[in-house]
Design a protein around this ligand. Sequence first.
Ligand code: FMN
Length: 118
Amino acid sequence: MRNIGLSSPFLEGELTNPQYNLFYDAPATIFIFTAPGILTPGTDASLAAGNMMLASSSLGLGSCYIGMALGLGKDRDFMNELNVPDDHILKGIVILGYPKSDSGPSQRADPQTLSWIY
Ligand SMILES: Cc1cc2nc3c(=O)[nH]c(=O)nc-3n(C[C@H](O)[C@H](O)[C@H](O)COP(=O)(O)O)c2cc1C
């Protein structure tokens, strides 16, 4: 299991669990922080993450959103190590790497239409 080179009790707990590889040994992890005073930080960070994932795909890279690691944002030592100001919030994490295979499109459930407005 690969450590991402940053220390944190949260990460140590996850990284020592042999059943779970939080970052899948990905060669790159992007942490997205939001600054104070933003009206919709979660939405903004999610859109940024989604656009990074689309752009990475167009470059032949694979990506995965890692919501399970967002608890790192509560870890002040981790935030300090990345020079994140106290008033910034960790709102998104994306890993990038070279896919071992082409997984193709995933199964989609049919959309559920709640109502039509004319
Ligand atoms: C908000 C959010 C958080 C996610 N967190 C994780 C995660 O921590 N670990 C993980 O392996 N995948 C995570 N994923 C990826 C999903 O498990 C899933 O693989 C991805 O959304 C693709 O879905 P699809 O199979 O419907 O295309 C997350 C996805 C979303 C949207």
